[in-house]
Design a protein around this ligand. Sequence first.
Ligand SMILES: Cc1ncc(C[n+]2csc(CCOP(=O)(O)OP(=O)(O)O)c2C)c(N)n1
Ligand SMILES: [Mg+2]
Length: 543
Amino acid sequence: MRRFEIIADLFCHHDVEVCFALLGDANMHWAGAMHERGVKFIYTRHEHAAVAAAAAYTRSTGKIGCASVTCGPGLTQIMTILPIAVRANIPIVIFAGEAPLSKPWYNQMIDQAPFVQACGAKYYALHDPDTIVESINDAFRHAFESRSPVVIGAPFDLQKQPHHDNQKFMLPRSLVLETGSDVICPNEISMAAEKIAVAQRPIIIAGLGVVKSRAKDDCVALAKKTGALLSTTLPAKGLFHDQPFCLGVAGGYATEKAKTIFSKADLVLGIGARLASHSFDGGQLTPDAFVVHLDVAPQTYVQGRHAADLLIKADAKHGANALIKALEKKTGWRTPKMRQATSDALVLPDDRNTPDGLLHPMAVIKQLAVTVPATCHIVNTSGHCAYYAAQMNKHPQSHYTVIREFGAIGNGTSFAIGVATAFPDRQVILIDGDGSLLMNVQELETIKRHNLNILIICLNDGAYGSEIHKLRADSAPLAGSLFGRTDFAALAEGFGLSGKRLTNLAVMRDFFEEYQLSSAPTVWDVPISDLIASPVMKKAHPV
Ligand SMILES: Cc1ncc(C[n+]2csc(CCOP(=O)(O)OP(=O)(O)O)c2C)c(N)n1
Ligand SMILES: [Mg+2]
């Protein structure tokens, strides 16, 4: 056996079933060996897209993801997605290969480790034949334990050499997903219970930690017992979509009515959430609230902000139940009036009129919200339009993906590919901006080639909306932010997808039924006005 085969064996041993990749000299033999072992490959047209798709796949399945790029230029292409995966706590093992060790000069040679380390990820250089097995096992362990991507570099001359010893049989135990510790400090619980007992206007903000430890019902029970309202972080959006007293997403993307309610909270209980600055609108969301942070890694200081006043180190399920036991039932903020107010807060405004007569982005989203069933999986991305796509308040968390860490545009197609690979039975609906879609538009070919069941809805303002509204507010020149509207329907057809232009909301249902019946990869070009700034934009950049 040659070493690339041993390495492939180890990846399979660690339950890798799918790999997102783009080939070159340093990874192609390994990829062939992975194929032979039954691993499914999704070949993208850009390395960034391969790792981004792996990130969305990993977020969707809860398994460790796998991607592969070649050495040198293949590796340097992934410098934007690595920090995203690091900050979003997404464990992916990336097999990168490396330039040959035996050559004094090689065109694609570059010192790979500093690139990876600068992104916050760990780099494993497999240069010693005697420790290859241990290093790969350690890479998987590290990805699993630190919930972070790792990159493995193996020089391709070394990969091709025979592997003589029997180390491949010395495999570690499989990594098992743990739900977290059930050892909770009773002092922390009683101190938090004292605070919650006297709070009159408590709110729970639940994050993906609640999803991971399947603690939704426990949080609902805790909210009922303490009279708390419910809300989520953006990544956990939709977790309480079927619950009364729910305020939707906490943070800048909350509706204006929800923000008014949030601002009156006297206690926030952040559960399984990071307490990120965005979730608290930079601190403006709940200015007077005492904050309890219940998490496996609770913190008082987060992203440059004093975020919490009291910490409970526990996973969401155990912590929520410990609090339920410690507390007496009370009405808190759960009055009939508040039930109505929270329900009203999630009703989308009836915004339709635009100065140029083109579609209003809120009207498009409102129509989508009543057209797209809960069985479809929505993918949201970045940019100005992401505010609108985040307003689909009734869509369940299990069918909604958003990865916003590091704030990069251009990930929509890749994330949709990852989600569609994770859930082959679902229809995946990507809501993307025109600038973001164009940034990795080559992935339409990947979507077509793999016949992925994806509908891309492009909110086409012919501009970098995030920039144009800020530049207008500053009365600055618009050059570089205003491009005109690309014909995405024609472009999609050029890639072999179905393409449609939607200029009238009345036809949306028919378009959607047609897509559902065909399940063919489709792009809708939806020209929207570039003159409408979202509430969050208007607040941050008043004209
Ligand atoms: C990789 C990257 N480059 C540049 C930016 C700056 N940026 C933020 S939003 C945005 C515009 C996105 O345009 P589009 O996808 O059309 O969405 P819109 O804002 O128009 O809704 C840009 C260029 C970024 N966030 N990420
Ligand atoms: Mg745009």
